[in-house]
Design a protein around this ligand. Structure first.
Ligand code: GDP
Ligand code: MG
Length: 442
């Protein structure tokens, strides 16, 4: 992994002050490879690493970090920045209906997204209407009707059997229908082609001009890889979209398309589609995507740890958190393990706690090295995973197991114990018993 390569390259450089040019270049070579592996387009990689190099040579020097960590931190910050920094929400029209138009290549996931948007907006209290403006593919109207039915949304479609319809007229008529039927949101599904072609662009631009949408969402398949740049540029010029939706992120794609598109268009990525189901859809998170692109959850963890050298304040904060009954997460857990290690033996420490006698047997059986094993697992998680263990699905668990040299069963057992400990902490906080240290057997 990237982190292995980086730590092998930079083992001996810890504690250096300013980065030398050679240090930076060696790190940048690894980053470059990680970006290309993630299918970020080459010109984007070049521009990006150039900017990072400049910043790394001129910039902030943190005493806590070694040179490779410093560069990785800069890379991560820059990635998050290019990916939009913060999440951009849908802009609603001052006077309804809000019109959302979908554009993109055939198979990108527009029609599927139309259903997801309708479903989500309905749950938010809106009355969306879907409009079938893909009159190209024989089955497209029917597909949208099925999607709409599933999402519980009304679908406006041209009468069948009138020859090839005019999608611009359909779109225009649909807005009027929405007004009379009191739909506050109109989602316009359009036709795509397998490749970029002028007629397709013209049709999309004509629809855009006819209905003056509040949002034009460009849907792009995350698996598209190196073609992301040309496709995004063509749609940006041809249709001038306002936001991007990255689809099929449930696949193996490392998400390089996200960086390519954001970088060449400067448009925000707003949503991610993660499956074929109606609810496989989420707000886009730049920080998560940055970690995914670099495949460097563990590197970031190391950086975080290096930066926050353990101090007493943290323990105090943690104690307060537990007292207040706030949720204890795996980031807290890691801090706690650090402090335990600093204090020496866990057994001795627990033995000194009031009520420890009742744990005597468990303490005897407890292997101190268990702490290191547990720590390895937790360190292989990304900060997001630690903050929100619920996102730990099968593939994440497999990755964590690989990263920590443990088995998936070990990861599962740890998570079970963690959840159990969390429950105990809540009880302890409400005065009903003594907290148990997570990570301990039993
Ligand atoms: P359109 O041509 O842009 O309207 O694309 P469709 O919505 O018809 O989707 C094309 C294919 O991709 C369909 O088989 C969808 O089920 C599938 N699809 C769409 N979005 C996703 C996604 O996020 N993940 C996965 N795995 N499949 C998707
Ligand atoms: Mg479609």
């Amino acid at each position: 992994s990237l982190s292995d390569r980086l730590s092998a390259t930079f083992k001996n450089l810890r504690g250096k002050g300013r980065l030398s040019e050679a240090d930076v270049d060696a790190t940048i070579r690894e980053i470059r490879r990680a970006l290309l592996d993630a299918d970020v387009a080459l010109p984007v990689v070049r521009a990006f690493t150039g900017a990072v190099r400049e910043r790394a040579l001129s910039d902030e020097v943190s005493q806590a970090l070694n040179p490779s960590q410093q560069v990785v931190k800069i890379v991560n910050d820059e990635l998050v920045g290019i990916l939009g920094g913060q999440t951009r929400r849908i802009q609603f029209a001052k006077r309804p209906p809000t019109v959302i138009m979908l554009a993109g290549l055939q198979g990108a996931g527009k029609t599927t997204l139309a259903g997801k948007l309708a479903h989500w907006l309905t749950s938010e209290g809106h009355r969306p209407m879907l409009v079938a403006c893909d009159l190209q593919r024989p089955n497209a109207v029917n597909q949208l009707q099925i999607v709409g039915e599933r999402a519980g949304a009304f679908v406006y479609a041209p009468e069948p059997g009138n020859g090839v319809g005019d999608p611009v007229k359909v779109a225009r008529d649909a807005i009027e229908v929405a007004k009379t039927k009191l739909h506050d949101i109109v989602i316009v599904d359009t036709a795509g082609r397998l490749g970029i072609d002028e007629e397709l662009m013209r049709q999309a631009a004509d629809i855009r001009a006819a209905v003056n949408p509040d949002e034009v969402l460009f849907v792009i398949d995350a698996m598209i890889g190196q073609d992301a740049v040309t496709t995004a540029q063509a749609f940006n010029e041809g249709v001038d979209f306002t936001g991007v939706v990255l689809s099929k992120l449930d696949g193996d794609a490392r998400g390089g398309a996200a960086l390519s598109v954001a970088s060449v268009t400067g448009k925000p990525i707003m949503f991610a589609s993660t499956g074929e189901g109606l609810t496989d859809f989420e707000t886009f998170h730049p920080d998560r995507m940055a970690s995914r692109i670099l495949d460097m959850g563990d590197v970031l963890t190391l950086i975080e740890q290096a930066e926050k050298t353990f101090d007493a304040k943290q323990t105090e904060q943690l104690a307060k958190k537990v007292e207040k009954g706030e949720d204890f997460d795996l980031n807290d857990f890691l801090v706690q393990m650090e402090s335990i290690k600093k204090m020496g033996s866990l057994k001795k420490m627990i033995a000194m706690m009031p009520g420890a006698a009742q744990f005597k047997e468990q303490l005897e059986a407890f292997d101190e090295r268990e702490i290191d094993r547990v720590e390895a697992i937790v360190r292989s998680m990304t900060p997001q995973e630690r903050a929100n263990p619920r996102i730990l699905n099968g593939s994440r668990r497999a990755r964590i197991a690989r990263g920590s040299g443990r088995t998936v069963t070990d990861v599962n057992q740890l998570m079970e114990r963690f959840e159990h400990a969390r429950k105990m902490m809540r009880q302890a906080a409400s005065g009903r018993g003594m907290p148990q240290m997570p990570g301990m057997g039993g």
